[in-house]
Design a protein around this ligand. Structure first.
Ligand code: HEC
Ligand code: HEC
Ligand code: HEC
Ligand code: HEC
Length: 469
């Protein structure tokens, strides 16, 4: 929840701190019931996470994260909360298959108890105190399935960690339903649970996943109609003396198969099942209005982030760092003036390329890559650590930059993103630049999260530099 990074070091950077606090405060406002930490929540160390836990108005639950030294649980293993007269037990667990190596744990002073054993012991405690049990499994979907295969007594697992697609349609493993939504808060998964029989296991039936209401059922019905048409065709041909017995036989076999499947589905009609779950996937698109209070919290932190960064920033040129007002590649900040063919090249910025590549530079100015940082500015996100990488050049790369307040010449997606760092080439053009491309070079940024309809050939044609002038 707090960060996208695994390890930000123990010294808390104020911009990340603002991000962490914004997360907690906005989730306070949203009224969360419980949260289970994952490995990335430790990015700023244990003390920071505990501080966030104290700031949160909802409990952090985990049945297997312990302090290494004492072996004591760091969070409540579970909570029990009342919902519509039901006592709902919510357990948290972190899987041991997530990126949380022993050396990382040692560094943080935490350890993980065996997830299976931890869940089992909590379930024994919950047996008499909860009517419905939910496991928040920061394990990934595969491990969640293993848990459901081996442990009985959990009604619903809400899995997280690796985004293995959208599994909002719960799958059933033994008596347990498992669900997982997309990452990054892009969707809300809503499960309406309807329980009439008082006895566990409820064996919750997922509406729409089988039975007469399902698409599969409709398709089978349709198939039956199609088979009728085909059969009629064959019979007509037979009447004209054609030999179609083989075809008729196939139709007969297919019809038997389909009829059998239909009969099976009708037998498990949801009407017969008193306990069922109706899943709904709600995309959090522009059509869902922002909550005023949460918006306010976001804006408050953004304003603060901008203030602290601007106190540190020297005057920014009006062109947003594109060098439009400079036509020579002669100034040499950041570049060694002595050419050393063995040196590792560093990023020098687009201004250095203009003198010799005017046409291409002019072309680049027409692409959205040259406006990528302005896009962040328009959204007031220009200092947000999570956004900078793909909207600038050389961020956190060898020979690139790390501090956005000193990164004027690296703003936007410049030449060196695609052609590599150019310090050697600008001093001696015998030193070649990268000039071959593959889709993976683009996918670093044009990934499924940020550009889900990226099409390499089509998009390459849009940004491909013109022939050398
Ligand atoms: C001093 C003039 C000069 C500057 C400055 C310069 N280039 Fe070049 N560049 C050239 C010349 C000349 C060639 C053609 C070399 C050849 O064909 O052998 C070239 C070729 C290239 C190529 C084609 C691949 C290759 O190496 O042949 C790329 C890509 C390139 N430059 C990118 C850049 C980028 C990016 C910058 C700014 C960081 C830059 N250049 C700055 C003169 C320059
Ligand atoms: C460092 C990250 C990065 C890399 C690498 C990158 N892009 Fe982009 N690209 C962006 C960003 C960010 C934008 C959006 C700019 C904006 O509008 O603010 C963008 C925009 C685009 C657009 C314009 C989108 C549109 O539909 O108008 C195209 C086309 C594109 N990129 C193609 C490519 C191709 C092809 C490659 C690989 C050769 C590539 N990009 C590599 C970050 C990157
Ligand atoms: C992994 C790379 C990556 C990261 C990280 C990233 N972006 Fe982008 N962003 C892109 C690419 C690629 C595009 C171009 C998408 C397209 O062509 O549709 C883009 C486009 C945009 C656009 C243009 C609007 C649109 O969708 O057409 C906005 C606004 C934007 N990004 C904001 C952000 C913000 C805010 C963050 C931080 C929360 C961020 N980006 C982080 C790669 C990234
Ligand atoms: C998003 C990636 C991307 C960016 C940004 C980019 N280029 Fe290119 N560039 C390419 C691709 C792809 C080609 C290859 C075109 C081809 O082979 O048809 C290319 C080709 C070139 C060439 C060789 C042209 C020739 O005659 O063969 C030069 C020189 C060059 N780019 C310079 C630059 C400069 C200078 C900038 C910045 C102003 C820049 N590029 C920005 C992707 C990029």
């Amino acid at each position: 929840m707090l960060f996208r990074q695994y390890d930000l070091g123990p010294t808390v950077d104020e911009s990340y701190d603002l991000q962490g606090r914004r997360m907690i405060e906005s989730h306070n406002a949203m009224g969360w019931t419980a949260f289970t930490p994952g490995e990335r929540d430790f990015a700023h160390g244990l003390d920071y996470l505990l501080e966030m836990r104290d700031l949160a108005e909802f409990p952090f639950v985990s049945a297997n994260i312990v302090e290494a030294e004492t072996g004591d649980l760091l969070f409540e293993p579970y909570i029990v909360t009342k919902v519509a007269g039901f006592r709902v037990g919510i357990i948290g667990v972190m899987g041991d298959g997530v990126e949380f190596s022993q050396s990382r744990r040692d560094e943080l002073g935490v350890d993980l108890l065996d997830p299976m054993e931890s869940i089992k012991s909590v379930l024994r405690e919950l047996d008499d105190t909860a009517d419905f049990i939910i496991l928040l499994a920061h394990t990934g979907l595969d491990d969640a399935e293993i848990i459901a295969e081996h442990i009985d007594g959990i009604d619903l697992i809400i899995a997280g960690h690796l985004p293995r697609g959208n599994y909002y349609q719960p799958m059933k493993v033994n008596h347990t339903l498992i669900t997982q939504g997309f990452d990054q808060g892009k969707y809300l998964v809503r499960l309406d649970v309807n329980i009439q029989s008082p006895k566990r296991p409820y064996d919750l039936f997922v509406t729409g996943s089988g039975g007469m209401g399902s698409i599969e059922y409709q398709n089978l019905k349709l198939k039956l109609e199609q088979l009728d048409v085909v059969e009629k065709d064959f019979l007509a041909k037979k009447a004209e003396g054609e030999d179609v017995d083989y075809g008729l036989e196939l139709v007969k076999l297919e019809r038997e198969k389909v009829e059998k499947m239909i009969a099976e589905m009708e037998a498990v009609s949801e009407m017969d099942n008193p306990n069922f779950v109706t899943p709904t996937l709600i995309p959090l698109s522009d059509e869902i209005f922002d909550d005023e209070e949460v918006l306010e919290i976001g804006n408050k932190y953004m304003d603060r982030l901008i203030t602290i960064k601007e106190e540190l920033t020297p005057d920014t040129p009006d062109d947003g760092g594109n060098g439009a007002d400079e036509d020579t590649g002669t100034d040499d900040d950041g570049t060694s003036s002595i050419w050393d063919p063995d040196a590792n090249p560093t990023y020098v910025g687009v201004k250095k390329c203009i003198a010799c590549h005017k046409t291409i530079y002019s072309f680049w100015l027409t692409t959205r890559h040259s406006r990528a940082y302005a896009t962040l500015e328009e959204e007031n996100r220009q200092y947000e650590p999570d956004c900078i990488g793909c909207h600038t050049t050389g961020y956190k790369k060898t020979g690139g930059f790390t501090d956005i307040t000193k990164a004027e010449k690296y703003l936007n997606v410049q030449c060196e993103v695609c052609h590599g760092p150019g310090s050697l080439h600008v001093l001696n053009t015998d030193s070649e630049m990268k000039n071959h491309y593959a889709e993976k070079d683009c996918l670093v940024c044009h990934d499924g999260e940020n550009d889900d309809d990226f099409d390499y050939q089509r998009d390459l044609a849009i940004i491909r530099c013109p022939e050398q002038d």
